[in-house]
Design a protein around this ligand. Sequence first.
Ligand SMILES: [Zn+2]
Length: 323
Amino acid sequence: MANPTKRLAARIARRVVGPRLHAKVKAASQRRSVIREAGALTAFLREIGCHFHRCSSLLNNPVPLGIAYRYDIHVRDIPGARLLAEFHRAQNVPATFFLFWDYSPFERQRFEDYRELGRLISEPLEIGLHDSPIDAFLIRAEFDGNRREYGKWTDSDDALKWLADLTADSQKQAGLNQAALEDFVGRVRQTRAHFGPFSLVAAHGRKMVQSLRKKLPSLSPGAQRTVEGLRARHWLTPERVAAAGLDRCVDHNQYSPPGWCEVSEDGGQLSKMARVLRQRLLTEKTAVQFLLHPYTWAGGKRDAELSELLSLDKANPSIALQS
Ligand SMILES: [Zn+2]
């Protein structure tokens, strides 16, 4: 390639076409893995006799081997969620996409991407709101929308002092809860205005609680109770959910019905997910709500593939039954 024109062409290809082609190849491979793995999971579930429900109907009536899909959609989950919306519609398998669109300015910057995803969600799919009311309130009211500064604070001695004050002062605690509730009701209203009617909320587990929970053993019993109470899955009580005009919070908490459980891929831990899934469905025969993040299959790291983990069961169902 001594010819200078060719050299220039190669350089242009690397710089311009190269990255684009690379992005295209990457998108195609993510698409293949999302569709393949989602297909392997539904094929396994159908084979062992599961049936698919909406999150709300499974919570109201947790029938054995009933399955519901909950997808929590953070910004990085959006590309995978588009593919999964297409997959679920083609398979006619209900799913709820809980949009984490209004947490902080970082998410609100991606509003158009969320809106575009919202347009892909129609029967038998639905949207819900993914939310962490105390975190979202503090980020807005105390940190001027800066979730990074907020994150630092949650891991500081100042946060521990704040927690001690809050624990000692029930009026302060009531004030915080009231203000966070007003914010939450506002976000639900906004979500309806932008994405249409919906009835479910799913709790987002971070940020404060994650940092503070690590310190739980060193906290006083009162402070421990305060932290637990601020945790979105506990904070979203039936009363607060109803105050926002919603039907329920779909998390596993003190209000979850017996015979119902949640199974998650927990940041790419597919081996564990497959193990727990077998236990729940084949041994205990409970109702299972999945909590999945599309990013796991569209850019994220996985310790194994469901298509391999679950095809073993197909080859020898008795192994699965015993395990
Ligand atoms: Zn989340």
